[in-house]
Design a protein around this ligand. Sequence first.
Ligand SMILES: [Zn+2]
Length: 79
Amino acid sequence: MTTSDHKKVFKQLKVKQAVLGKYIKNNAPKKRSCGVNLRKCRRCGRVRGHVSKYGLNLCRQCFRDIATKLGFKKYNWGS
Ligand SMILES: [Zn+2]
């Protein structure tokens, strides 16, 4: 089980229907109405280092990877 998707364990529990029922009842993540955990990176699903400015909804690592493809330009003031 990962934080990204608790449903991954469903595949293993498919043959054990009673256990699956208990798992869903007791281990399903709480539905959130607000908070950091709702704002996930749309590229990788990371919750930390989120950039929502300009409607990007990316984490800082993904933003760094694809910023130039999106049209962002890094100006070099030093030289
Ligand atoms: Zn990301």
